[in-house]
Design a protein around this ligand. Structure first.
Ligand SMILES: [Zn+2]
Length: 207
């Protein structure tokens, strides 16, 4: 039996949550934007490097007017979000040379055991072998015997994401499922795990 953190289940979940900024439905695709009010005369829309949208409006401008403006500019906005996302993906996917890749693999083999040891102690769990691999569809897995597998690509991501996958797999030492009880264990170690999980779902594929 093994419980994995797969990449496949991750796709297409960039949905809205309660904390998200106001949504405007555009082209059947939810588009969120940030409204910035300032002492200016006209409305302007800007697509940032990360693909987020900022609408700049005069101080007294009603929200509906901003929404209307966004609606008028939707083709331009969608086109530019696409451009920004493509550029972002290109930056992340830059191929490593074989030497660089080997260095990263060695780094992963050094870092993962340290992080596993740290969190296992904190969580009061044991574990078996740790294997670092190139995996297409998984970030990590934990076997019934407690052997841990991690995808080497995690070493290129921010450390808090690597830690999330470590804690996730170690939590399977107590709960071999993704039940509420399992996530309570994860949350007890990483209260902000949802944000890390969301980051991994949204950006993991870029690595
Ligand atoms: Zn899992």
């Amino acid at each position: 039996m093994s419980a994995g953190l797969s990449q496949r289940t991750a796709a297409g979940t960039a949905g809205a949550d309660a904390a998200a900024p106001p949504m405007n439905r555009i082209d059947g695709k939810a588009l969120s934007y940030r409204l910035v009010r300032s002492n200016r005369k006209s409305i302007a829309v800007q697509v940032c490097r990360d693909g987020s949208v900022v609408v700049r409006v005069p101080l007294g401008c009603p929200e509906e007017k901003a929404a209307e403006f966004v609606e008028q500019k939707r083709d331009w906005i969608l086109r530019n979000i696409g451009k920004m996302q493509a550029a972002e993906q290109k930056r992340c996917q830059q191929e490593l040379t074989p030497v660089q890749k080997n260095e990263k693999l060695l780094e992963a083999r050094r870092v993962f055991p340290q992080r596993v040891e740290f969190y296992a102690k904190k969580m009061g769990v044991t574990y078996g072998r740790i294997t670092i691999r190139e995996q297409k569809s998984r970030w990590g897995s934990c076997s019934g015997k407690g052997n841990l597998n991690f995808n080497w690509k995690l070493i290129r991501m921010p450390g808090r994401i690597l830690d999330y996958v470590v804690v996730h797999e170690l939590a399977h030492r107590k709960e071999m499922n993704h039940s509420p009880a399992f996530y309570r264990i994860v949350a007890s170690v990483l209260p902000d795990y949802r944000e890390r999980e969301r980051w991994l779902k949204e950006h993991g594929g870029e690595y």
